[in-house]
Design a protein around this ligand. Sequence first.
Ligand SMILES: NC(=O)c1ccc[n+]([C@@H]2O[C@H](COP(=O)([O-])OP(=O)(O)OC[C@H]3O[C@@H](n4cnc5c(N)ncnc54)[C@H](O)[C@@H]3O)[C@@H](O)[C@H]2O)c1
Length: 295
Amino acid sequence: MKKHMEGKSVVVTGAGRSIGRAIALEIAKMGGSVVVNDINKENAESVVTELKELGVGAVVNTDSISSWDGANNMIKQAVDAFGRIDAVVNNAGILRDVIFHKMTKDDFDEVVDVHLRGYFYVSRAAATYFRNQSSGAYVHMTSTSGLIGNFGQANYSAAKLGIAGLSKSIALDMKRYNVRSNCIAPFAWSPLVATIPTESPDQALRVERMKRMTPDKVGVVAAALCCDKAAHITGQIFAVRMNEIFLMGQSRPVRSVHNGEGWTVDSIFETAMPALEKNMYQLDRSQDIFSWDPI
Ligand SMILES: NC(=O)c1ccc[n+]([C@@H]2O[C@H](COP(=O)([O-])OP(=O)(O)OC[C@H]3O[C@@H](n4cnc5c(N)ncnc54)[C@H](O)[C@@H]3O)[C@@H](O)[C@H]2O)c1
């Protein structure tokens, strides 16, 4: 493998297991040094051991990304340990799934604190370095739960769609400093997906196929976006599902109606809504759109 990340230093949040660990390993395979951030110290230490076996620099950071000081500390740790910071992969995440009408303030706040505030804190901490050195890459994990929809995830969907907005704004604001920012909506087998029932043979077969969505498939795309070869790619949202990579759409007008005299409530329902309804979206969930087995 080409050493595209040789001499570079990356902070990967939530890198103690699953997708974050896979991203850290792919960066290390390309010669990059990694700050392995995770609130789970044991997992972070074990990933650091794996990275060091690949011959790269690796250090543990156990700060929570939901802490402003912690976020600044993990970026400073990269600079202290490796002399620089070239990329930030915002990957850490938690779920507090509950149907909306039973969702508590804590359910909402805890998820927004990690996914939206945390991703901002870590990104902002690196921005000062990126600006001063006129280079840098951000990769943020979003989700089709936010981009498309899912049951019982109002907190998570709101935060993940917020991350897409955060990434686009960073891409716009920091382009002048050669800084890029992209999102990935990953699909990977995880303890969460493992809760799907396997009572019928059909369900069992489906789960077996889903187990093939290994985190390394996401890791390689995230690592690629950190390379200099991706210097021209910014403001994009990708989805990664096993061996498929999707470029996701971004919100644009799909149809318009115009009334030179201005609309009334009656004319809205007589003319505007019937015309617009032809293009309205169904109440789709992620699995309605990604309806085929992972390939
Ligand atoms: N697995 C999927 O199919 C899937 C789908 C859509 C989006 N995602 C997103 O991808 C990312 C990784 O998901 P995963 O399946 O690997 O999850 P995971 O739960 O296996 O790993 C997340 C890691 O983040 C760490 N973490 C949690 N809160 C933290 C904090 N405040 N500070 C630092 N670390 C923290 C956890 O300890 C854990 O090791 C998440 O952002 C998730 O929302 C995953």
